[in-house]
Design a protein around this ligand. Structure first.
Ligand code: NAP
Length: 329
């Protein structure tokens, strides 16, 4: 038996979240590696799943939780032995497959990576998908020429998970970071402690574009917000610079102009963490070990349990969570 969060639906399709003790046979028989989950994360996507939004879970009942870390209990995959410590992210775990809000999970070997040396399981789930996604965003900007001498890099959705990691990572690598937040009063000191030099109030960038080109201001952008804010930022990028589009916390419609692409040669780079190949995930985890200031991790993390997930799932959708929640099992 193992304890798990279970998402079900009422007859009129309303989401129902319960905490159950389940038989091991509840887990998918197609899984190749069974893991004793020790930590899971909480992402915006988990908030959607826990509240029955976004159409991400289509079959019920389903154990949600898009990422977890734990120890291998049983393995049919030669790469993993009993006792190995592993991390699972992406591959639509917790959506079309039972996920990490449970003491046990059964997944495909390809969806796992070994816990990197120099990081423990708790730290790995403080980072979670948000941490590796910040790395994917940064690396994409670097491939398009971003270096610290080019100028200020803007991070939107700054006090959220991806935003927090992006700021601390950029600052540790010597970049000047400007952070856009809707919570300057509550989170301003936190963002400065992560390494943000400039705080930009959300309202300054939230308005739709009035002119397709504004003054050239940013050498790059890691954008977690999308919508009108991203459209606006495109017109403020310096000549030849890029924005990495990661999220849509502010909306998915982007009322943008093509003029900044045509007259300033800017780039809009799409970032996906869900279907990243194995080698790319391993490399991103190892870059976090090498480049992220691990002493900042505890200030980003808040520990919760399965029992707190109902409230936490609502809070993340309402933009009330600062940094990352890590679920201890
Ligand atoms: N592409 C991928 O593979 C990938 C991977 C992970 C996450 N994501 C997406 O990236 C985004 C950020 O993820 P996360 O885990 O960091 O989420 P999060 O912790 O919920 O952070 C999102 C942040 O966005 C800001 N925000 C919220 N509502 C907003 C609004 N209406 N307008 C403007 N800003 C708003 C808030 O920051 P402030 O309070 O500081 O303003 C909030 O903390 C989400 O959309 C998520 O789905 C994508």
């Amino acid at each position: 038996m193992f304890k798990a969060v279970l998402m079900g639906q009422t007859e009129d399709r309303q989401p129902v979240m319960t905490i159950e003790n389940l038989e091991d046979s509840f887990l998918s028989a197609d899984g190749e590696v069974i893991v004793r989950v020790r930590y899971a994360g909480l992402n915006y996507k988990d908030g959607l799943c826990l509240n029955g939004q976004g159409g991400l879970i289509r079959e019920f009942p389903r154990i949600p939780g898009v990422e977890f870390a734990g120890e291998v209990l049983k393995s049919e995959d030669d790469r993993y032995a009993v006792g190995d410590q592993v991390i699972a992210t992406g591959s639509r775990i917790g959506e079309i497959w039972h996920g990490g809000y449970a003491e046990k999970a059964s997944v495909k070997g390809d969806w796992l990576v070994p816990l990197p040396k120099g990081m423990n399981m708790r730290q790995s789930m403080i980072f979670g998908t948000a941490g590796i996604t910040a790395v994917f965003g940064l690396q994409s900007l670097e491939r398009h020429g971003l270096t610290p001498d080019k100028g200020e890099v803007l991070v939107t959705g700054a006090a959220g998970g991806v935003g927090s990691f992006a700021i601390a990572l950029l600052a540790a690598l010597g970049y000047s970071v400007a952070a856009v937040t809707g919570r300057i009063k509550e989170s301003g000191d936190y963002l400065k402690s992560l390494g943000a030099e400039t705080l930009v109030p959300r309202y300054e960038l939230a308005e739709a574009i009035k002119r397709p080109l504004e003054s050239e201001r940013w050498a790059g952008c890691i954008d977690n917000v999308g919508g009108e804010m991203l459209a606006r930022i495109l017109g403020q990028l310096k000549y030849g610079c890029s924005a990495a589009a990661i999220g849509n916390a502010g909306g998915h419609q982007m009322p943008a102009s093509v003029i900044p692409f045509l007259l300033r040669g800017i780039n809009l780079l799409g970032i996906d963490s869900v279907n990243q190949p194995y080698d790319s995930r391993v490399q991103a985890w190892s870059r976090l070990v090498d480049d992220f200031p691990l002493d900042k991790l505890d200030s980003i993390a808040t520990e919760i349990t399965l029992e707190n997930l109902e409230t936490a799932g609502k809070d993340i959708l309402n933009g009330k969570i600062q940094g990352r929640y890590v679920v201890c099992l």
